[in-house]
Write a protein that binds this ligand. Sequence first.
Ligand SMILES: [Zn+2]
Length: 437
Amino acid sequence: MESKILLTGQTLTFRGDPFVTPWQDCVQIDSAGAVLLEGARIVAVGTAQALKAAHPGARAISYGDDLICPGFVDAHVHYAQTAMIASWGKRLIDWLNTYTFPEEALFANQGYPEQIAARYLDLTAAHGTTTVASFATIHPASVDAIFEAAAARGQCVVAGKTCMDRNAPDNLRDTVQSAYDDSKALIARWHGKGRANYAITPRFSPTSTPEQLSTLGALWAEHPDCLMQTHLSEQPDEIAWVHSLYPQARDYLDTYEAHGLLGDRGLYGHCVHLTPREIDRLAEVQGRVIHCPTSNAFIGSGLLDLPALAARGIPLGLATDTGGGSSFSMLRTMAAAYEAGQHHGHAIHAAQLMWLATAGSARALHLDHQIGHLAAGHFADIAVIDMKSTPAIAQRANRAGDVWEDVFATLMMGDDRAIRATWIAGKPVAGTAVPDA
Ligand SMILES: [Zn+2]
């Protein structure tokens, strides 16, 4: 009994970085493509005709004209903010105090982290997202909950305990020592177990003392294969606050650099208002800039000039930043990235947007050897996109001159209705379409 599965449809593959190489030379859509799965992995990608001939016993599943692409990789989220997404009327610091911290405090309650982690992974899978890099809360149980929920789904997740020892409510503060001890214990429990990847997670410089940042820097030096995730340069008020808290620092990035928290496995969320030195330094060390355009628009942070950072050779990822972002959808996030680029006179192509949301984000997380591509040996984490998911999109798609016009209409106007199916580790997610050929 052959256990192989053959998905047929239009397939999206990458041979390079479309911000470096012209997208026409490194991004391809095969209109009669196929992906062969065995167990949790992709074992071959090619034309439907060739793979059908070579594997006549494989179970064939036809997605017609749908676009089969790598599952979306959301490189910066706060799963704990799921229940308070789309909260009205505040900018960053007031938004944290008014909405975020009270919600994150609920994660001290037994059972709540498990409930939200399961809800979050179900919601994001329904939006075609197969990997996230998430901040948890200060509670170790919030990290256990997201990794346990991911393991139950066979899912690759990056997560870490958020560390804060000042400028947060009493019930959301750890200490220098407890942040180190709890993070270290979580690394031992989870990092590299199955598909779990630990990220050392200081929330941002204003909520950590210099001593806490140094101690987390030391922890990272002890575990250099872990990622490190934080926030950088999101809003002008926040940057001014950082300068007042760290008067010796040359700039915001320097508050991380001086404490051992700058490196190529560092994920820096937002980066909307970087100084020239910060850009130079990030380029030099290959620090990852994670672009969160829906969040930047929603909280009023500003419009990042992403193509300008790409031109400097900085590795980039794309993210919803839920619940600062107002949508779980990476399609909506690609639209917002396009809009922010347009503001700076840069029209980001649909091929570049799709790359950012999949292979680019996977590279930012140092996971592009496992995820982010339809390629043999990679995990079978796949999103199948219906490119005529609403009447408005369908009528535009009918007018499309080529497939990229078609894709672009779905990126600009699509949402979870466009996700025909999501596959994680070779299995269709519950509720997903599995049409036999
Ligand atoms: Zn964030």
